[in-house]
Design a binder for this molecule. Structure first.
Ligand SMILES: C[S@@+](CC[C@H](N)C(=O)[O-])C[C@H]1O[C@@H](n2cnc3c(N)ncnc32)[C@H](O)[C@@H]1O
Length: 214
């Protein structure tokens, strides 16, 4: 029996239309700035081993994986076919609305790492997803959930829309722990969008990551 943490209100969102409609048109944009993306690549280099199998859940036309990292296989998932077809790091992908169906079409212990970037905030049934990820990630494999302070706010459940950055870190950790994950590591850092911003002391997208080991 799955342990539910969220109330129905916390799962609700302003725009309840089909998520597939929202992502029907490809969005060939970066959802995070250059400083954030650079920090993410460094985090991946420190945490991912080469020749491993990676699942990029809730992906797009980019997976943010360092070019130097040689992997055995990268499996993608998302909602927009054109974006996923354009993603050069993916060896395969599938399309599935995780707010409608949380069962992942992957074998037990079949991936080494799962990456989720700028996307956990759209999950309305995160407990089921956390449980499924525990099933498909092999023992000692990792789940890395990264995000900033931006979102398509009409599409985020209230639990995210109403929370602060630190609430978001605690929320993801609590969901994972509720489904049997051990306490994850949390990263919260400033970034600098580019050299000019750094020079004038202005910040880029803040960087947050939750790293959980199975
Ligand atoms: C802001 S984009 C981030 C995409 C990508 N991870 C990146 O870093 O560019 C949010 C992504 O979440 C995924 N997503 C949003 N709602 C979803 C849903 N209901 N089911 C499955 N995926 C969803 C889509 O793949 C969408 O591209």
């Amino acid at each position: 029996m799955i342990q539910k943490l969220l109330t129905e209100y916390q799962r609700s969102k302003q725009d309840n239309s089909d998520d597939s409609l929202f992502y029907a048109q490809p969005k060939y944009v970066h959802h995070l700035d250059a400083g954030f993306r650079l920090r993410l690549k460094k985090l991946y280099l420190a945490n991912l081993s080469s020749n491993s199998i990676v699942l990029d859940l809730m992906s797009s036309w980019v997976s943010h994986l360092p070019e130097s990292l040689v992997l055995k296989r990268v499996i993608g998932h998302g909602l927009n076919r054109s974006e996923l077809e354009s993603n050069k790091r993916l060896d395969s992908f599938w399309i599935q609305d995780l707010n409608r169906n949380q069962k992942l079409p992957l074998e037990d212990d079949s991936v080494d790492y799962c990456l989720i970037v700028a996307a956990w905030q759209y999950l309305q049934q995160p407990e089921e997803i956390a449980m499924e990820l525990k099933r498909v990630i092999r023992p000692n494999g990792k789940l890395i959930v990264s995000f900033s302070n931006r979102a398509f706010w009409t599409k985020t459940p209230r639990i995210w829309a109403d929370g602060s950055d630190s609430d978001h870190l605690n929320y993801i950790s609590s969901v994972l722990i509720s489904q049997g994950w051990t306490k994850p590591e949390c990263v919260a850092e400033k970034t600098y969008g580019n050299d000019f911003l750094k020079l004038i002391g202005s910040n880029g997208d803040p960087f947050f990551s939750v790293i959980a080991t199975n």
